[in-house]
Design a protein. Structure first.
Length: 637
């Protein structure tokens, strides 16, 4: 029976048609993928094509079964004259089609290998340059010199400064800031060009250093600046490209346009800057630059208003209320333009603070019961919106990783960690640093933050986690050098804390204590660091006393208390606190933070945290993380 069926399938050329269809479908998918990548088509277009090809497969087989190709054309198989043998003829026709398709596939694979791949590598070059630079710029740690973040000057490195506002409209400052940021985003699409991130370039908004001073602090070879004036719907923009070495103007142009033409103006500026730097701008690159641009001017302005409150929230004490105000503007921005994924990404910050503060047992009068109840839903909606509408693979991968980690879906967390760590760009996933110790990715995560510290040199976050990566690698010498380099750019207390910890892990306890007391001005931060330093030194009583003083000022903080109990070797207390945290919603994130902050391997016994243990088991990762240092008060679990 089966043999008869196979013979009949062969007679009707069904098997040959199946082979031809699969090869042709593969070729169509490859060509479509190349075209869609060049024109930055949305993800759903590729999914729709694959679904259509899959649906077409059984249809093609059905047609080949029911119809026959004859000299008279295509006729139903039931009408074929059996006295005339034509299946060999039709079979040969199918063979010819199959041979042609295979030949085309071979040609395409050759082009893809020797032509398209070179273009792809060229487009990936900025990321590889940054990564290799980060790896090769290791410090002479034994000398105590700062870890280098400089880059070779063979490739241009550009910083876009906030454009000067020459008009007095109520939103003109936000418009100018937005225009500058959009030019940064557009330039980021160009191969062979390192673009300084917004947070570092905009650090000079209210200062008046020289172009050379700015370029030196940002390790930039070129600077883009300009001015903007708005009058009603009319817009005048002047932009120029300067070479930092001698202040020479390499390009300048003025634009008179309507506000609705802003996208075209910013794309043209970025394109002409790239051309002036010797970069070939083809239609594909120009389309990429357009694709990352914001099309709605009101969304453009709303996002910048949100960023103003967001930045204040991380500098002033009333953080939650400022984040609420930021979110009003972020919501306006992404409702107008869902593709503005950065608005949704920053919108998550309020809910992260709400949920993690609650999970750590902190008392925060700004957080209401309604905040805690609604935060998970808002957070999930934000992540889903980014994943659906993000205009770049980097933003989408970051959101996929952060969503999985935060929302407790760890089944693919290893692969998502690898994707997030491998992404280019200057905005790593928010929680990427936590993947290092627990998921055994300290090396790739460290490399990511070293790379980001190059393209965003004045931002605190990459400096902090670069030092943290070295500490978790057990290399306190290199951590100390990296912390010193970070402090040359920012006196942030988190960098000062890591500098003191690096000294302590090197056995330089007196220096660590003196440094902390002289440089960390926030009293709560200082008491926490001093308690950690005492525990690392082996002074349990002093550590406990400093923790008590901290809790007296701050109120309950089970995350910090867990870390300090673990460092003092108080296993029972650490396990008690871990159980409390594990029982709370999103407690797994606080436990992850405790693992990262402790630098002690496993700060608690996994059996005491069933929720956390279940997530870890689903991830396939092993417990415990390796302890990078031997601590005098701790015993191995």
């Amino acid at each position: 029976m089966m043999r008869n069926l196979i013979r009949e399938l062969e007679r009707r050329n069904v098997l040959k048609v199946a082979g031809a269809y699969l090869v042709a479908a593969w070729l169509i998918a490859q060509v479509a993928d190349l075209i869609m990548e060049s024109f930055v088509a949305p993800d759903w277009t590729m999914r729709a094509l694959l679904i259509a090809l899959a649906i077409g497969f059984p249809i093609a087989l059905t047609i080949s079964w029911k119809f026959e190709v004859t000299a008279k054309g295509v006729i139903p198989e039931s009408e074929v004259d059996r006295t005339v043998r034509i299946t060999d003829q039709s079979g040969r026709r199918v063979d010819i089609v199959l041979i042609v398709i295979v030949a085309v596939v071979i040609v395409f694979m050759g082009l893809e290998r020797f032509v398209f791949s070179k273009r792809y590598e060229a487009q990936r070059q900025p990321a590889s340059i940054e990564a290799s630079t980060a790896v090769e710029s290791s410090t002479n740690a034994d000398s105590g010199q700062p870890e280098s973040t400089s880059v070779p000057t063979s490739e241009p490195a550009i910083a876009v400064l906030p454009f000067t506002v020459l008009s007095t409209g109520p939103d003109d400052d936000y418009f100018a800031t937005g225009l500058s940021e959009e030019i940064i985003n557009a330039l980021g699409q160009l191969p062979g060009l390192r673009v300084t991130a917004r947070s570092s370039s905009f650090a000079f908004r209210d200062a008046e250093p020289t172009i050379r001073d700015i370029a030196a602090r940002l390790d930039a070879t070129h600077v883009v600046g300009g001015s903007i004036a708005r009058a009603g719907d009319r817009l005048r923009v002047t932009a120029q490209l300067l070479r930092a070495a001698d202040d020479a103007q390499l390009w300048s142009e003025s634009y008179d346009a309507r506000s609705e033409d802003t996208l075209e103006v910013q794309t043209d500026i970025a394109g002409k800057v790239g051309t002036a730097l010797g970069i070939l701008i083809d239609d594909g690159l120009r389309q990429r630059m357009r694709h990352v641009g914001t099309r709605d001017i009101e969304a453009f302005i709303a996002y910048q208003k949100g960023m103003e409150y967001f930045e204040r929230a991380h500098q002033e004490p009333n953080q939650i209320s400022l984040l609420r105000q930021a979110n009003v503007h972020f919501e306006d921005a992404y409702r107008r333009e869902p593709g503005l994924a950065a608005a949704s990404a920053y919108h998550t910050d309020l809910f992260n603070h709400v949920l993690l503060s609650q999970a750590a047992g902190e008392l925060n009068g700004e957080i209401t019961d309604r905040d805690v109840e609604e935060a998970p839903r808002h957070l999930a909606e934000d992540y889903d919106r980014i994943i659906e509408h993000a205009r770049s693979t980097v933003l989408r991968r970051n959101a996929e990783f952060d969503r999985a980690l935060m929302m407790g879906d760890w089944r693919r967390i290893g692969a998502l960690s690898d994707q997030a760590a491998a992404s280019s760009g200057c905005e790593p996933a928010l929680w990427l640093h936590l993947a290092g110790p627990l998921f055994k990715r300290t090396g790739p995560v460290l490399q990511t933050f070293r790379r980001v510290a190059v393209c965003d040199p004045l931002r605190v976050r990459p400096q902090v986690h670069r030092v943290g990566g070295h500490l978790w690698s057990g290399d306190a010498d290199r951590a100390l050098a990296a912390a010193r380099a970070g402090l040359e750019r920012s006196e942030h207390p988190s960098i000062s804390r890591n500098f003191a910890l690096s000294l302590a892990f090197l056995g330089r306890h007196d220096e660590a204590a003196q440094w902390a007391a002289g440089r960390i001005r926030d009293e709560n931060e200082l008491l926490q660091v001093q308690s950690m330093l005492a525990a690392i030194r082996g002074d349990r009583a002093r550590s406990a006393e400093l923790e008590s003083r901290y809790l007296g000022r701050h109120g309950p903080d089970d995350r910090s208390s867990l870390v300090l109990a673990a460092l003092r070797g108080e296993r029972a207390e650490a396990n008690r606190l871990a159980r409390l945290i594990d029982d709370r919603p999103f407690g797994h994130m606080v436990l992850l933070q405790a693992v990262y902050a402790c630098l002690c391997g496993a700060p608690f016994d996994i059996a005491q945290t069933p929720v956390f243990a279940g997530l870890l088991e689903s991830s396939g990762e092993a417990w415990p993380p390796a302890a990078p240092y031997a601590l005098p008060l701790r015993k191995a679990p």
